[in-house]
Design a protein around this ligand. Structure first.
Ligand code: ADP
Length: 393
């Protein structure tokens, strides 16, 4: 059975065609710069990347492009081979505690959450509608970034703000990267052959969040109402005192929107280092002795360790610590810097293994470590395809 996983953003559309239930990737790709004269369409076939530059004015054009390529490249002989489509949706709010089969009511409910995710939900809906137009007969399933965290209790998800803000506008922590945290923590449980585990997943990519998972359920996570909360990221600040906004408004004459945008797009690695948002550039500069690059990594790894310490206390211990996503899977520096700060919890890395392994599932802690430390590559597309399968059944 073939299932397509879709992740539609405001100007991009990522897709992956999977064979289920074997979970093999048949092909994957991305359409970038939708709405632009110089759109880019990339598709991977048998390990090779095919890249085309062409105008891609709308998401409908992007979807047509993807589906036509599947036929032209003989990946599919007909669209009838696709038996379901899974759509990543960023914000499910309190309305969605599970994935759902798309219908008019579901679309309306996702639309009603756009205030909470103005950059993401409207783009997700455009992607859903574009695919439904071309594949109207198969089930379309929406899978939310927030659902996995719906098991958090109110003491973990509430902010200490006026209660009416929560009642009237849904001001609370929702958390994101849920499909990734779920996938990785389920892998950890499978590797350790136990369900009664206390796990922390560190999803450290350009966007980054941590999740505390007890007995398979998310009990706390670092991102909040939006993905801005938590640890510093490629371009996001993570937590700051909200009073910073008032001060910068006065000093630089910026609007609140402009300041929030700077906290989202000009902070984190990019803001502190002044070098780049990309961890590889920061690490290169750090190795060359650049002090701001060193500080950038120190701030981030301190904050990651702070969260892990608080999750250790909250869960009453820690069995497994898992690193995933672009930086978590690939950067031995980052993993080492975090784990060195966790020595007091009995975390010990095997330095040799840590520095030689990247991008593949591996135990990287030493034999006498009190906590098992793993690299577990994430796979959000497989998780989405599994959800589609669950609903088809
Ligand atoms: P997102 O999905 O949030 O856009 P990714 O999970 O793809 O982000 O992570 C992107 C980050 O991963 C970038 O900072 C990039 O430098 C980093 N990364 C990717 N490969 C490597 C590598 N080999 N070594 C170090 N960092 C890497």
């Amino acid at each position: 059975m073939k299932i397509i996983s879709v992740n539609a953003g405001s100007s991009s559309l990522k897709f992956q065609l999977l064979s289920m239930p074997s979970e093999e990737t048949i092909t994957s790709g991305i359409v970038e710069r939708i709405g632009d004269e110089n759109g880019i369409f990339t598709i991977k076939v048998e390990g090779k990347k095919i890249v085309k530059e062409l105008p891609i004015p709308t998401h409908n054009v992007a979807v047509d492009l993807v589906l036509a390529a599947l036929l032209d490249l003989k990946i599919l002989s007909s669209f009838d081979e696709i038996e379901g489509v899974g759509h990543r949706v960023v914000q499910g709010g309190e309305l969605f505690k599970d994935s759902a089969v798309v219908n008019d009511d579901v679309i309306k409910r996702i639309e009603s959450l756009s205030d909470l995710a103005p950059l993401h939900n409207p783009a997700n809906i455009i992607g859903i509608k574009a695919f439904m137009k071309v594949l109207p007969k198969v089930p379309h399933v929406v899978v939310f970034d927030t659902t996995f965290h719906s098991s958090m209790t109110d003491e973990a998800f509430m902010y200490a703000t006026p209660y009416s803000w929560y009642q009237n506008y849904g001001v609370r922590k929702y958390g994101f990267h849920g499909t990734s945290h779920q996938y990785v923590s389920e892998r950890a449980a499978a590797i350790l052959k136990r369900d009664d585990l206390k796990v922390v997943v560190c999803h450290i990519g350009n966007g980054a969040s941590l999740c505390a998972i007890k007995n398979g359920k998310s009990v706390d996570t670092s991102m909040g109402l939006t993905p801005l909360e938590g640890i510093p990221m490629g371009t996001r600040s993570g937590n700051v005192d909200p009073a910073v906004i008032e001060l910068i408004k006065q000093k630089e004459g910026l609007t609140v929107e402009e300041i929030i945008s700077a906290l989202n797009k000009k902070s984190g690695y990019l803001g502190v280092s002044g070098i780049s948002h990309d961890s590889r550039d920061i690490e290169d500069a750090y190795v060359e002795g650049n002090k701001r690059a060193e500080l950038t990594l120190a701030i981030q790894t301190k904050r990651i360790a702070d969260y892990i310490g608080s999750y250790y206390v909250y869960m009453g211990g820690l069995d497994a610590l898992c690193f995933t996503a672009g930086i978590g899977e690939n950067s031995s520096y980052l993993r080492k810097m975090v784990c060195e700060r966790l020595g007091v919890l009995g975390v010990k890395l095997d330095d040799q293994i840590n520095s030689s392994v990247r991008g593949k599932e591996c135990l990287i802690s030493s034999e006498d470590s009190k906590v098992a430390v793993y690299i577990i590559p994430t796979n959000e597309e497989v998780m989405i395809a599994r959800e589609v399968m669950r609903f088809i059944k």
